[in-house]
Design a protein. Structure first.
Ligand code: CO
Length: 299
């Protein structure tokens, strides 16, 4: 090959420039100093009830508004719900481990994982906290991971939850009418937050009672307390982020053993409110505050 004078020099410079452009991203990948990329992983128990998903859509909008510019991904901790959605709808949010692995592959370096659970129970400890901890220290993995706590995780949260409950109690409730909150409840030590909440509520409104589907306090306790108070009317609402299967069936369903049936049979006039806590800005604010604290530790 023959060169005209001057061309060789220009060609060498061009070649050097091209090599540099090729090398920059390659070097960045080699020395481990990835460009920082912050992300949020929102983690809910999940729901397979289409109407209940409004809670998660509301939360998505809230986070986009309050934490602008940070990409958001989702995970469900319930294997049963994820598998059900996969089978019925052909698509489902990931588990926490799959979502984090995907975020790692996408180049996220710093991730705040926010639990949208109500209490720190089994779902939070086993499927959020333990999983996040297992992702720490993976070579070439995340720079920082932080965890945002569930809605009720400390004394400071309890008063905020009580205020949110009072602020979202139906305006039509008259004096002497009770409110019954249906929490999930668990065999896990985290169940203590439900009777704990009952104590905090009692300081402000002694006619608001907390019961649980699977833990303590039970529905029997709630019925006995309502009778002792001689109330006639009861507002029934879920203490869960979504108004899903528990709210629509166990709480307000037509079966004999639903809470509405049991309370009605016990002589109370019952009005159910089918609305998850994450549908109200007052409750969403508590989770978002925890998320902001988790994001702050990434800086
Ligand atoms: Co359940």
């Amino acid at each position: 090959m023959r060169f005209v004078p001057g061309f060789k020099a220009a060609s060498a410079a061009t070649l050097a420039l091209i090599l540099c452009l090729i090398c920059i991203p390659a070097l960045a990948g080699h020395d481990g100093a990835k460009a920082p990329k912050k992300g949020i992983l929102l983690v809910a128990f999940g729901t397979s009830v289409p109407e209940a998903k409004v809670s998660f859509l509301d939360m998505q909008k809230q986070v986009a508004k309050d934490c602008p510019g940070v990409p958001v991904r989702w995970a469900y901790t319930s294997n049963i719900i994820r598998h059900k959605l996969q089978k019925e709808e052909g698509v489902s949010p990931d588990s926490v481990q799959t979502a984090l692995a995907k975020m790692m592959d996408e180049g996220f370096t710093d991730v705040a994982v926010q639990s949208l659970h109500t209490i720190p129970g089994e779902e939070f400890h086993q499927k959020v906290l333990s999983v996040v901890n297992s992702f720490r220290g993976i070579p070439g993995g995340f720079h920082k991971l932080s965890v945002g706590l569930p809605m009720m995780t400390g004394p400071g949260d309890m008063e905020k939850v009580v205020d949110a409950i009072l602020a979202t109690t139906p305006k039509q409730r008259k004096k002497g009418e009770a409110v019954v909150l249906m929490g999930h409840g668990t065999h896990h030590a985290g169940n203590i937050y439900y009777p704990g909440l009952q104590w905090y509520l009692a300081q402000k409104d002694s006619d608001i009672l907390v019961g649980t589907v699977e833990g303590t306090p039970s529905l029997d306790y709630v019925v006995a307390e309502l009778k002792a108070r001689k109330v006639k009317a009861v507002w029934l609402r879920p203490l869960m982020s979504v108004a899903g299967d528990h709210a629509r069936n166990d709480m307000a369903g037509a079966e004999d053993d639903s809470w509405i049936s049991v309370l009605t049979k016990a002589g109370f006039k019952v009005t159910p409110v089918i609305k998850g806590t994450a549908e109200y800005p007052a409750f969403r604010a508590i989770w978002v505050e925890h998320l902001k604290a988790a994001l702050a530790t990434l800086d």
